[in-house]
Design a protein around this ligand. Structure first.
Ligand SMILES: Cc1ncc(COP(=O)(O)O)c(C=O)c1O
Length: 489
């Protein structure tokens, strides 16, 4: 069945789409705003857009404005229309071929745009090449097998278990399942733990692809605020989590207590103990995403949350991890740490979608995990200095934007003086920078006043990017919101 998006939802997600003081024509601003919603997934491909008259009424613009905006999008290849039926969303063939950002790259007048919509670093080239050479040497014994191991090869499961033991969390290889990245790990867990209609508690803001995965299985994300105002280590509203778990009877929660994406905040020891207690008391499975755990910049993280579940029914806390941030996203290696009984259920359900993670990549991960902390410390060093550059540039060019500076991770979460995130992200590509708008990190259109800026790119790109962001912001001709809006949760 065709999914139709309502005029009210489009209007809400467009946020302050016209906040450019008439510098762009209304139809152009509307087309830019809708294109951004398609790019960042808030309007799904294949969805039918609202009828022109209905949207015009909701946005309080003339029908001609909507008709012209739809024609622009149609010409660009973002809409397809058949006689007598509503326009449905598609993406241009070029952009499909070139990947998500291809079309927006070309939008930059002076060459390639700086892409700040991803918080990911390039590979440490020598280490990754070495790891794959070593993997090739280790491959022959596997060639005598069929090579498909849905739980992962034993040597990698042992390397991952050893990593947890070194962090003080007793773990055996039969508690580990190798996956194709942490995103895949979450998707597998949702498939087993979250029935359609089920509620899943999430940090708010949170990692957008986690929200997408929760929605894809038909579950409902229930946001619980992460408030930087609470202090870097006490930003999680633990009382709020306990009452949300009770009120909604959620069976599952997904949290990122280690250098949370997008804020970089890290939950302290006492908070972790309480989180584990909440899971146990409310019989909720807590999925802890440790993807960022190695990227501590100011202070190492406390013990894993699962440590606090020890001896009290460990199945309350399931941990997912990955080498994507510590080493390289291109490996597509992640994992799940859970009780063997849950691992068995996950292995059973995995075969419906894939039969295992490639052996070569797993072997390369074994070598990277065995290479010690030095390459990761190099990464942290780079991130520290890039974070300093980004903060300096922001305080010089956008001094009234307020950053949350967590103790690790890869990005700053900034509060702007006005609620213009979607309009800013829509116009930024023509100033040479691609951004992810704040509402991508929330539900129900929250975070129009926020933007995430990653510091995963080199210093010269960050300088160019902030100049572009400042120019785009300037072009919007922002007038500051008169009243402090309350956080939408
Ligand atoms: C919090 C969080 N979880 C999961 C992922 C995805 O990780 P992977 O590349 O291992 O699938 C990311 C990537 O940005 C992330 O930030």
């Amino acid at each position: 069945m065709m999914h139709a998006v309502g005029a009210r939802a489009v209007s809400r997600d467009l946020g302050g789409w016209r906040d450019d003081a008439g510098r762009r024509s209304a139809y152009r601003a509307l087309a830019d705003g809708i294109r951004l919603l398609v790019h960042d997934g808030r309007i799904p491909l294949g969805a039918a857009l609202p009828g022109e008259r209905e949207l015009a009424g909701e946005l309080n613009v003339s029908r001609t404005t909507v008709t012209t905006a739809y024609s622009v999008l149609r010409e660009e290849g973002y809409l397809s229309s058949r006689q007598g039926s509503r326009s449905t969303v598609t993406v241009p063939v070029m952009s499909r071929d070139a990947g998500r950002v291809g079309a927006r790259r070309r939008a930059a007048p002076g060459g390639d745009a700086v892409d700040l919509s991803y918080a990911s670093m390039v590979a440490p080239v020598a280490e990754v090449q070495e790891a794959y050479s070593a993997a090739l040497q280790s491959l022959p014994p596997f060639l005598d097998t069929h090579g498909m191991e849905p739980i992962g090869i034993a040597v990698l499961r042992e390397a991952i278990a050893a990593r947890y033991r070194a962090r003080g969390l007793e773990t055996s290889p039969d508690q580990i399942m190798v996956t194709s990245g942490a995103q895949h790990a979450l998707r597998l867990l949702l498939g087993v733990l979250a029935a359609p209609g089920e509620r899943v508690l999430v940090d708010h803001p949170t990692y957008p692809n986690a929200l997408a995965a929760i929605r894809r299985v038909g579950a409902r994300p229930i946001p619980v605020p992460v408030r930087p105002e609470g202090g870097v280590s006490r930003s999680w509203d633990l009382g709020g989590i306990r009452s949300a778990a009770r009120q909604t009877a959620a069976r599952m929660a997904y949290f990122i207590p280690d250098f949370h994406n997008p804020t970089g905040l890290c939950l302290d020891d006492a908070g972790r103990a309480e989180l584990a207690r909440i899971a146990r008391d409310t019989r909720m499975t807590l999925v802890v995403d440790e993807t960022m755990v190695d990227l501590w910049l100011d202070a190492p993280p406390p013990a894993p949350v699962a440590t606090y579940a020890r001896g009290q029914g460990e199945s309350d806390v399931v941990t997912i991890g990955s080498v994507s941030k510590s080493h390289w996203g291109g490996l597509r290696i992640g994992w799940i740490r859970a009780e063997p009984e849950l691992i068995t259920r996950l292995v059973g359900s995995r075969s419906a979608s894939d039969l295992g993670t490639p052996v070569m990549d797993q072997l390369a991960a074994v070598h990277l995990l065995g290479a010690g902390d030095a390459p990761i410390e190099d990464r942290r060093q780079v991130l520290r200095s890039q974070r300093a550059v980004l903060l300096d540039e922001l305080s010089a060019r956008l001094p009234d934007w307020v950053p949350t500076v967590g103790t690790g991770g890869m990005s700053l979460w900034l509060k702007m003086p006005a609620s213009v995130s979607t309009a800013l992200a829509a116009t930024a590509p023509s100033h040479g920078v691609v951004l992810a708008a704040g509402p991508r990190f929330g539900v129900e259109g929250a975070f129009e006043r926020y933007i995430r800026l990653p510091y995963a790119r080199p210093a010269d790109e960050l300088r160019r990017a902030v100049a572009g962001v400042a120019a785009a912001y300037d072009a919007l001709g922002v007038t500051v919101d008169p009243a402090e809006p309350t956080l939408v949760v």
